[in-house]
Design a protein around this ligand. Structure first.
Ligand SMILES: *Cc1c(COP(=O)(O)O)cnc(C)c1O
Length: 397
């Protein structure tokens, strides 16, 4: 197929739910991805914070090939050695005792919300069901997770939505305090909002959230699907702010490009679900586990996560220089580690287009936030190239 034929065929057969760029990607290497015509791009979107070791990392390629040749899938009615090894390392990096594995972020959050509901019923009966989440949050596309997502446009047209969900402004502790009660079973937050525009909450906010959850015996759920697996310079952002959730959800980076996710809990919550209360056919299959095991052990062995902080600070400082150069065009620079963004004074799409022309992939979320989530293996030179492209894009913006 030629490039245009691939686009036309996809447009003909795929449901038209995505606003796609007119580029047909073909292969990748490190932080670079190449299209069908051989054009190369430095990718600072990274499959949306997924390809944490970049494209085509030899350890991942080897893990997939070897596991696929051996055993891909056998259902959770059996044990596999690779699943045992995967949940052991995931337990280590999450700082949690027990892990459940899924195939996506939404499925991970769905399980976490179910666990919170079950916990509520066990602790306070049918009345302890309320779930509080934040406005501008993003938690997924299933019925429960789009309901948990505090952005009305994800919910329009899907009524009736599951009941019992309420939203408070992110970072506003008084609003949460007013909404809390003993009938709340869970509070679900991203410790840094990603899709909602890279919002870092005020210092101390999450600690107060933890206290309110303790006071009302509600489970604190951190959705670390975007912030986790080293993205913010610690294994999980909760470690940066030193506030431990009761349920930690993860996905995106854990599979390094393979669809995988899960949630993790401390031992005291290990038996909220009785055998048979929750499950899944594919979650934690041997192939996914082999990839996750390869990703985590490689991140560890190469000491990649501690370097994320340093690279992120460098990136943020360069973006602040751009802000000083274009004060009327950049409203604010935000982020932590390699989850960084800047808010623009008008819609940011032309910046994405200009960068693309210059061979750089960045993303615009909520219309006016340029978000960048490069592979964790990114180099300073690559950051410099992207900053130069942004500079040029901003010049004519
Ligand atoms: C991407 C994302 C999700 C949804 O993950 P999917 O794999 O697309 O279902 C949920 N929460 C956060 C914070 C995310 O960034």
């Amino acid at each position: 197929m030629l490039r245009q034929e691939a686009i036309d065929t996809a447009e003909k057969y795929y449901l038209p739910v995505f606003g796609r760029l007119p580029i047909v990607l073909d292969h990748g290497q490190g932080c670079k991805v190449y299209d069908m015509d051989g054009r190369d791009f430095i990718d600072f979107l990274d499959g949306i914070a997924v390809n944490c070791l970049g494209y085509n990392h030899p350890v991942i390629v080897k893990a997939v090939a070897e596991q696929a040749a051996k055993l891909m899938h056998c259902s959770n009615l059996f044990y596999t050695e690779i699943q045992a090894k995967a949940v052991r390392v995931i337990s280590e990096i999450t700082g949690m005792d027990r892990v459940f594995l899924t195939n996506s972020g939404a499925e991970s959050n769905e399980g976490a919300l179910k666990l919170a509901r079950k916990y509520g019923h066990q602790k306070g009966g049918e009345k302890k069901y309320r779930i509080i989440t934040a406005k501008m949050s993003f938690h997924g596309r299933t019925m429960a997770t789009l309901t948990a997502t505090g952005q009305p446009h994800y919910q329009e047209g899907y009524n009736p939505l599951p009941g019992g969900y309420e939203y408070v402004p992110f970072g506003d502790i008084e609003a949460l305090e007013a909404a809390m009660g003993d009938d709340v079973c869970g509070v679900m937050l991203e410790p840094i909002q990603g899709e909602g525009g890279v919002h870092v909450p005020p210092e101390g906010y999450l600690k107060r959230v933890r206290e309110l959850c303790d006071k009302h015996d509600a489970l604190l759920i951190f959705d670390e699907i975007q912030t986790g697996v080293g993205r913010c310079g610690a294994w999980f952002e909760y470690m940066n702010v030193n506030v431990k959730p009761d349920i930690l959800t993860f996905a995106k980076g854990i599979g390094g490009g393979f669809p995988m996710g899960g949630f993790a809990v401390p031992e005291k919550l290990a038996r909220v679900f009785a055998p048979g209360d929750h499950g899944g056919t594919f979650g934690g299959n041997a192939l996914a586990c082999a990839v996750a095991y390869a990703v985590v052990t490689t991140l560890k062995a190469e000491g990649i996560v501690p370097k994320v902080k340093e690279k992120g600070e460098y990136f943020l400082s360069k973006l602040r220089e751009l802000q000083a150069k274009y004060p009327e065009k950049i409203v604010e620079v935000r982020g932590r580690g390699l989850l960084v963004g800047f808010e623009t004074s008008k819609p940011g799409a032309p910046i994405v287009a200009s960068c693309l022309e210059q061979g750089v992939i960045v993303n615009c979320t909520v219309g006016n936030v340029i978000r960048m989530v490069p592979p964790l293996i990114v180099s300073k030179e690559e950051i410099d190239k992207v900053v130069a492209a942004l500079d040029k894009a901003l010049e004519n913006f």
